[in-house]
Design a protein around this ligand. Sequence first.
Ligand code: IPM
Ligand code: MN
Length: 357
Amino acid sequence: MSSYNIAVLGGDGTGPEVVAEGIKVLEAVKGKFKINFDFHYYDFGGDRYLKTGKIIDSEEINELRKYNAIYLGAIGHPDVKPGILEKGLLLRLRFELDQYINLRPVKLYPGVDTPVKDKTPDDIDFVVVRENSGGIYTGHGGATLVGTPHEVATQVMVYDRFTVDRCLKYSFELKKKRAKLSKKYADKAITLVHKTNVLTYTGDLWFRAFNEMGEKEYKELKRDYAHVDATTMWFVKNPEWFDVIVTENLMGDIITDLGAMVQGGMGIAAGGNINPEGVSMFEPIGGSAPKYTGQHVINPLAAIEAGRMMLDELGETEAAAAIEKSVASACTKLKSLAAGKMGYSTEEVGDLVASNL
Ligand code: IPM
Ligand code: MN
């Protein structure tokens, strides 16, 4: 029997509701796969911040380091100025826990509507590895003469070879793993996405590091490169070209929202903030959707998928596969994946997945 201590950060808006359904599914998988979970709940988020002025401190972050994983709902409160909770909680956790990989699968399940015409589950099945610890998110920069006609602002895209290499290493290993799963994956390349035609310094660093590592350590894997602007075009036109994509932080942020739409919307899109050597954090990528709070209409499948990714990362691959199968089956029953249009309540969707494992 394996046992895991999980920190649960429900967060803001509908976050706690969707996480509750994810936990329902994890509880349901326990017996069959001989796993035990101990869930410990934390109330970090907008409400606590408004009441106490506190977001999270170093001591609380150190406490989170003791867990096997963190399960996060959503961060973002309508009464808190944008940026405060995002930077003070979500980004701070990603940085301080050194979750340098943001893994975002883009997979269309059968029966799910994609806005991309004529594309099937066979065409839309790839994963984006977003570098999660560097780039423009690190906050290098500043502003002078603010409010004057001569105001100057900079925000610098910072990358070093170590940060790039560790992200590439993870991505090549993932590509190698997927290539073993099926010929379909094996035939496809690992794609570096950047903007080397303009970002000639950081782009060049990524490009050389990618090709050097590929040439030296992963000669058997096909490599490809795509500019980020063209990538958005191909997500829509030829999503079947992709298997593993690796990219820097901001570009990864942007293309994975497009990826979420291509796979059927925020109702199903999940991601993992992964520190392969430390504590990882899993979340639905859709945000807190405050207007739906307490309405029982938000789709919990993305949070359930985040829980599934958490099990995968913990090494519970069989339990994870069972959840994926049940999620896929639930997708064929829902009228739509959009909030309020599912034909089921939030809790009923959780029941649907939990009862079918
Ligand atoms: C995401 C979000 C965050 C990001 C925001 C909320 C800080 O958009 O997880 O993709 O930019 O990384
Ligand atoms: Mn984003």
